[in-house]
Design a protein around this ligand. Structure first.
Ligand code: ZN
Length: 74
C-alpha cells in the first residue's frame, strides 16, 4: 500500500474509529470483527476510539513497519 493510499485509509478510519481496534502485539489497526490479528495473530486489542484515531494518524503520516492491513479495504 502506498503512503497516499495509507493516508486515505487512515482518514477513513479516523472518521469511524468505532469500527476498528489496535493490535497490542504489533500496533496494526484491524477491523472490530477479527478475533486475532491478521498480521501477528495476537489476540489482545485496544478498542478505545480515541486511541484508534491517534494510531490512524500515526500510520497515515509516515512510512513505518506496522501493517495497516489491506484486509480493511474489504
Ligand atoms: Zn498484530
Amino acid at each position: 500500500m502506498s503512503l497516499s493510499q495509507r493516508a486515505a485509509k487512515a482518514a477513513e478510519i479516523a472518521r469511524e474509529p468505532h469500527l476498528y481496534k489496535i493490535c497490542e502485539g504489533c500496533d496494526s489497526i484491524v477491523t472490530q470483527r477479527v478475533a486475532t490479528c491478521p498480521s501477528c495473530h495476537g489476540y489482545r486489542f485496544d478498542a478505545d476510539p480515541a486511541a484508534v484515531v491517534k494510531q490512524a494518524e500515526i500510520l497515515g503520516s509516515r512510512e513505518q513497519t506496522s501493517v495497516l492491513s489491506e484486509d480493511l479495504l474489504g
